[in-house]
Design a protein around this ligand. Structure first.
Ligand SMILES: [Zn+2]
Ligand SMILES: [Zn+2]
Length: 382
């Protein structure tokens, strides 16, 4: 007897289920068994690290920031390397991955259209979305026309399966043969690496939409989380990323752990990447302050009962800060409009450029100071 109120589940995607099921099972059975029985050589551990980082960063710097979001341009040799290690990570072709990811950004948290909507729970956004043929995960390649013009991405798409087998078995065998430990390298740098790099990427869709804070926007479930950033090559700063996806950085502050942005920036010094896109600092600060105001206003509207606070004074302080914020933005708007109004002519005049930069530094400084003052206000209310 079927329950009419429970909608029928879409059919199981057997290929995904078997590949994900078997590799995960091997990673928790054969890998520890082999290690306990024969031990792993140092070479096997080194190759594990090399392939783990290679595959991980091919996904973050390549699949994600280069192809999906076009945050920079790269020389063909870089694209080739990113394509090969990205193939080894076994996460479908660049074309399909980028198409799904662009849909995720365009319809984030929409259970009917976001392929890995976090609103459907941790399991679904982590791996469940791949195990059945959900309508929300149907790939529509109409949003990746630009990638179709990239011969490296198209070559990978056409020969995906042979490339997956060559990279996973070929690279792993070569590394094992060169280090004289074929089986040790196979289990560690082949199997365990594949499973772990899968989960690292999947954490961005699951944990990075559930665990952390929202300094830049609360319009979607994406979170900033330094712990996640540490294991995901910088992608844990997902709240910033969802607001400014065209920025090549995810950890936007210079000190934030984002090896992917450091890789892209380092390659630009030797001319292998160029046209690195960044959001203007003032725009970023503005978004961060707007969120701070929103949070403080909520806290002031519902102060904690045990806190003995001079609410009137705090409200007056807030109103004063809000006025200052509006005044800074209005002033900045005028300076910027004047600059853009006659940009071509001004570009030739060096002192005008310096003047504009000085203005923008001043505005940035004011916004940063205000961020600190609001942090102090927040500390009083917390
Ligand atoms: Zn996301
Ligand atoms: Zn993205």
């Amino acid at each position: 007897m079927t329950n009419a109120s429970v909608p029928a589940q879409p059919p199981v995607n057997w290929l995904s289920l078997i590949v994900i099921g078997v590799t995960n099972l091997c990673a928790v059975t054969f890998v520890p068994w082999y290690g306990l029985t024969y031990g792993f050589s140092t070479a096997a551990w080194i190759w594990f690290g090399v392939f783990m980082i290679g595959c991980g960063m091919a996904i973050t710097a390549g699949y994600h920031r280069l192809w999906s979001h076009r945050t920079y341009n790269a020389h063909w040799s870089v694209r080739l390397g990113l394509m090969l290690f990205g193939t080894m990570a076994l996460q479908n072709s660049i074309l399909v991955w980028a198409s799904n990811h662009r849909t995720h950004h365009g319809h984030v948290d929409d259970n009917d259209r976001d392929p890995y909507s976090a609103k459907k729970g941790f399991w679904f956004s982590h791996v469940g979305w791949m195990l059945r043929d959900y309508a929300s995960a149907q790939t529509d390649l109409s949003n990746v026309k630009d990638i179709k013009a990239d011969p490296i991405a198209m070559f990978q798409h056409r020969f995906y399966l042979p490339l997956v087998l060559t990279t996973n078995f070929g690279f792993t065998f070569l590394a094992g043969w060169a280090s004289g430990d074929i089986w040790g390298v196979f289990w560690l740098a082949g199997m365990l690496r594949l499973v772990m790099s899968h989960h690292v990427t999947w954490f961005i869709n699951s944990l990075a939409h559930a665990w952390g804070n929202q300094p830049y926007t609360d319009k979607n479930s994406a979170r900033d989380n330094p712990i996640l950033a540490f294991i995901t090559y910088g992608e844990g700063y997902h709240n910033f990323h969802h607001l400014y996806a065209s920025d090549y950085r995810n950890g936007v502050r210079w000190w934030q752990w984002d090896p992917t942005k450091w890789l892209i920036a380092s390659l630009s010094f030797v001319g292998l990447t160029h046209n690195l896109r960044r959001m203007p600092d003032v725009t970023i600060q503005q978004a961060r302050l707007a969120m701070q105001f929103q949070k403080l206003e909520r806290q002031l509207a519902h102060p904690k009962s045990h806190a003995r606070l001079d609410l009137e004074k705090l409200r007056a302080q807030m109103a004063h800060e809000a006025d200052a914020f509006r005044a800074t933005l209005a002033e900045w708007g005028k300076v910027r409009d004047a600059w853009y109004a006659d940009a071509r002519q001004r570009l030739t005049v060096q002192w005008e450029k310096a003047n504009f930069r000085a203005h923008s530094r001043e505005v940035l400084y004011r916004l940063r100071m205000q961020h600190r003052r609001l942090q102090m206000l927040n500390a009083q209310l917390a």
